[in-house]
Design a protein around this ligand. Structure first.
Ligand code: AMP
Ligand code: ZN
Length: 109
């Protein structure tokens, strides 16, 4: 049994608002949105953060960016969005399963 919150969400042990899912990636609405659109994209594979990636993860990481662009289009962000990830506690990371915040729908100063 994993103690990782996002692994539990991926395994459907905890509910979430799913935006997109395939065999490699899950995208969910953030439970505490900081913008009108605030979606979290995560690999289904457990990786703690960008400091934990391996050379063999490059394709997966590129795919997540492609998928973020597709979702951004689907939710109408029209080429205006922020995609960011926090790596490490001091950078603001609170859930230690790699995830990217896709945010938009307002002026992101
Ligand atoms: P970070 O601070 O970069 O680790 O981001 C963690 C994000 O996960 C925050 O934006 C939280 O609002 C979000 N979050 C925490 N628990 C859940 C949950 N159960 N479902 C969806 N989003 C969550
Ligand atoms: Zn995990």
């Amino acid at each position: 049994m994993t103690e990782c919150l996002f692994c539990k969400i991926i395994n459907k042990e905890i509910g979430s608002s799913i935006v997109f899912e395939d065999e490699d990636v899950l995208a969910i609405n953030d439970i505490n949105p900081q913008a009108p659109v605030h979606i979290l994209l995560m690999p289904k594979k457990h990786i703690a953060n960008l400091d934990d990636i391996q050379e063999s993860d490059q394709g997966l990481l590129g795919y997540i960016q492609y998928r973020a662009r597709e979702i951004a289009r689907q939710v109408g962000l029209d080429g205006n969005f922020r995609l960011m990830t926090n790596c490490g506690w001091k950078a603001g990371q609170r859930v230690f399963h790699l995830h990217y915040h896709l945010m938009g729908g307002k002026d992101m100063e």
